[in-house]
Design a protein around this ligand. Sequence first.
Ligand SMILES: [Zn+2]
Length: 181
Amino acid sequence: MECGEISGLIMKYMDGDISEVEQKLLDKHKLSCEKCSKEFEILTEMAEFISGLPELSAPAGFESRVMERIRHQRSRTSMFNMLMGTAGLLVFAYYMTIFVIVPGFQESGILQIIFGYGSIVLKLIGECITKIIVYLPITIDNLLILRSILVRDYMNMMLFVAGGAMLLNLGLIRVINLQQE
Ligand SMILES: [Zn+2]
């Protein structure tokens, strides 16, 4: 057998996946070839040295601390985007009501009809506001849970873009209204 082939057998031996026949070939060659015998010796000594080294491991709790940090960071940016998006929506709704819906109602006379019901309407509005105040935190909680279930980063990005677009729209509505006045 040639020395080149023996190198392959030595590698197999190191990997622990040498067959009985190959082992015999290797042993036989080692007796007759000093070069391969030396190579075998050096490699096995090296392997022993390496396996004797203490295993390096991260300090206890390292991974969980890192993950915790990532989560914390994420939920913070998500919260910001969520608030940004919500604020955008609310402001948009407010301006839509003041500048678009209410003037439309006034022109069509619906507002007068609604105000005709006076106290009933006011009572209903009061109840609505109370309900909103009571259920809003619950709704926001649910939204946050839902959001974390949905694809996070995509949702955040979309909310952020929506918020930005709505703020732009508000600016436009304001400018249009100023021009009309
Ligand atoms: Zn040899």
